[in-house]
Design a binder for this molecule. Structure first.
Ligand SMILES: *Cc1c(COP(=O)(O)O)cnc(C)c1O
Length: 355
């Protein structure tokens, strides 16, 4: 039976990408060898890495603008530390919109002063703070574009003269933005571009080389840039599958095309959450709702078993909320078809009618 995969991460990938990845594991480019048993320095793999780096920049409109794309390891979680290691001399400004921002702040504090410009922590992160001011004497400003756990998303990014750094793990390549406003973007692959194991880092070279500390090689963006993301053995499989996903996105028409579908999916689900008296959205301000991760509760606890049973029968997977929030969370990443959201909405209506 067809599954509708709403998992928050690792999450759904396009079927065609899974198919091609499976083939490459057995026989890569008709070489008679597996993708994962050849040298990462082989011509075939170097080409994969180069294409994956170039295509990421192309999608973001950042080619020939002083940016480099890297595929690193250690997850977005290591970037929390690497960003500070490479950029934090004295003081950095952070917007705290959720668990992931909180963790990024914790790592940065190991290396310098952190100014939290605003936070929604006391309201369980159910909105995105606005109208805060960013100190211009900070080394950089850091924010999280999409709050995967609580289901909020930054719609409008602040204007600032200092470098803007963004954790885009859960909404990269999902919507069109002026990506040149950011000096560094990072994203764990497993939310919207590939399997776990690699992290995309897009960094503008001119922000580097300004801190006085010695940076260990593996944590040094400059080292990875100079080595074209091959300082050590990259996560070859994750990079390859990410490339296939980026190619899939290009064939669809790129970010602007997928954004239209993402908007349709979000509208369909949120309309039902708002209309159906059995459900209630978690996020306080409608304009802050994430189009990637929709968080909601069932108002009537007695119907939980019925709802869960309907979900199971419809083949819906991964709808439970994060353990720290509870309720439900529908993650609607790029590869999730509109049809899957319609199946979920049908289930919500069926439970309403039965109630
Ligand atoms: C999942 C997630 C992370 C953590 O990513 P890892 O690759 O597990 O380290 C960080 N930030 C955001 C916004 C996320 O969604």
């Amino acid at each position: 039976m067809k599954k509708h995969n709403f998992s928050a991460g690792p999450c759904i990938l396009p079927q065609s990408v899974l198919q091609k990845s499976a083939e490459a594991v057995l026989n890569f480019n008709n070489s008679g060898l597996s993708l994962i048993e050849i040298s990462h320095r082989s011509k075939d793999f170097v080409e994969v890495m180069d294409n994956a780096r170039n295509l990421a920049l192309e999608h973001l409109g950042l080619q020939n603008k002083g940016y480099h794309a890297l595929y690193l390891q250690g997850g977005a979680s290591l970037e929390f530390l690497m960003v500070a290691y490479n950029l934090l001399e004295k003081k950095a400004a952070y917007l705290n919109t959720g668990t992931w921002s909180d963790k990024a702040i914790k790592e940065a504090k190991l290396l310098g002063e952190v100014v939290e410009v605003a936070t929604s922590k006391s309201d369980n992160f159910n909105f995105v703070p606005k109208n805060y001011s960013i100190p211009e004497d900070a080394d950089y400003f850091h924010c999280t574009s999409n709050n995967t756990i609580f289901g909020t998303q930054i719609r409008t990014f602040p204007e600032t003269k200092i470098p803007m750094i963004c954790d885009m793990s859960s909404d990269i390549f999902s919507r069109q933005l002026d990506f040149s406003k950011f000096s560094l973007i990072y994203a764990g692959a497993q939310k919207n571009m590939g399997p776990a194991g690699t992290t995309l880092v897009v960094v503008k070279e001119d922000i580097l080389g300004k801190v006085s500390r010695a940076i260990p090689s593996m944590l040094n963006y400059k080292v990875h840039i100079d080595k074209e993301s091959m300082f050590n053995t990259p996560a070859v499989f994750s990079v390859y599958v990410s490339l296939l996903t980026l190619e899939w996105l290009k064939d669809l028409g790129g970010i602007s095309a997928i954004e239209k579908v993402n908007n349709q999916k979000a509208e369909l689900l949120y309309n039902e959450i708002d209309r159906n008296p059995l459900f209630e959205g978690f996020v306080a301000n409608i304009e802050d709702r994430s189009k990637m991760n929709a968080t909601f509760n069932l108002n009537n606890d007695e119907l939980k078993a019925t709802f869960d049973d309907h979900l199971k029968q419809a083949g819906i997977n991964g709808l439970n909320g994060h353990r720290s929030v509870g309720g439900y969370r529908a993650s609607m990443y790029n590869a999730l078809p509109l049809e899957s959201v319609q199946v979920l909405v049908d289930v919500m209506q069926a439970v309403e009618k039965g109630a």
